[in-house]
Ligand binder design. Sequence first.
Ligand SMILES: [Zn+2]
Length: 450
Amino acid sequence: MTGGEYGVWLRERQNEQLPRMMRLCARAHPHYRRVLREQGLTADDFRTVEDLRWLPILHKREYVQDPERFRLRLEGVAGLAPEETTLAEVIYTSGSSGKPTPFYDTVHDRFARIHHLGRVATIAGVGPQDTVMNLFPLSAVPHQGFLSAMWGAMAVGSKLLTGMTGSAYADYPVHKRMDDAIEMIERERATVLWGITTYVRRVVLRAQALGSDFGAVRLAMVMGEPCPRPMREDLRQRLRALGSAAPIINNGYGFTEVQGPAIECVEEGGRHQAVPDQFYTEIVDPDTGSPVGDGEPGLLLISHLNRRGTVLLRYAPGDVVALTHERCPHCGRWEPRFLSGPHRADGLTKVRGTLIDPAALHEQLAQLLRQGIAEYQVAVTREDRGDPFSQDKLIVRVACEEAARERAAVAVPRLVKQAVEVTPSVEFLPADGFAEIAGSYKFSRFVDER
Ligand SMILES: [Zn+2]
């Protein structure tokens, strides 16, 4: 197949699915019924995915404000299969603030998810020979990571283990401790660890303290958070120290609204969209909304082409990414790849008048993880917390052993200054000082406390 042939095949698959999606939206989607009426459009005006440009960009805040408005209401719609109308799951996005936003899957969408995660596992090289350890927590609010590791392993016939970690729940004592999960990895000779980036690293750190044998582990699937190169190297060295011969670190990129991650075929080779026929992807200039060239960074927009629960069209999660349609030089696949790490379109923040990019800061500071530092967090606060007009202050909280403090006190300001030209103050915590924060679903490496 050539690139042209793949492109034609993909566009045909997308265009085949669009009319049905638009008819359902026109009939039963509270938000799009209104938008179509306001714009004087009908479902028949959408013949190809390019026609989606008639719709306005949907920003995350609009969806978060009223998620029920973005859910198909298919009760009473004739001619649908039970899979299409039966609610299977509610997954929540872990928003940065406010209450979690529900994302609805019918059974149809659950099957789409299984298909998607099967492709993810295949691209990552996970198969029947593997024993996958699901290290996502049993959380108070369900997130998709747990389902990703579960369906991914099951779809490709891997053996599946589950750590069942998370905050204890008094009425039903189903949660297990991290140490139990570590013991299971060792005893069952798990080959794949699949979880949130910082949590997988914490498991590995704890396993080192316990002197565990992770000799069978060959792959760490780390999701939900970036894993810059120095952090990969740190994780790799630690896994080696636990007996793993040549560990691979695979850092996916995804979010709830695309139901599963885009995934690496080789480390840092770009992240393949696993099921590009299920989503129409646009990369646009954030200011003008016009498409950018292939491989150039821009605002990511995704449109669901075949869902029955929550349906979003031209949805901007707020990430700036670059997507290439060139054939992958590493694995030969045609599925488009996200290049380099995504960053938040709205992620920049001002500290003392200087624009700060938390992603750039993280790229620099991740080196610390190889230099005897257990964990760190960057906080923007005020010199005087009681005075709202007081000057901004940048703090780096560093968790490490006493012996590493002297070196960190020099290295941290130097690294921060290189990234953002602001001199921070450094606060020290005990080596396990972040254990409690990091134990919740996601650990915020950058917090704005102003
Ligand atoms: Zn590839």
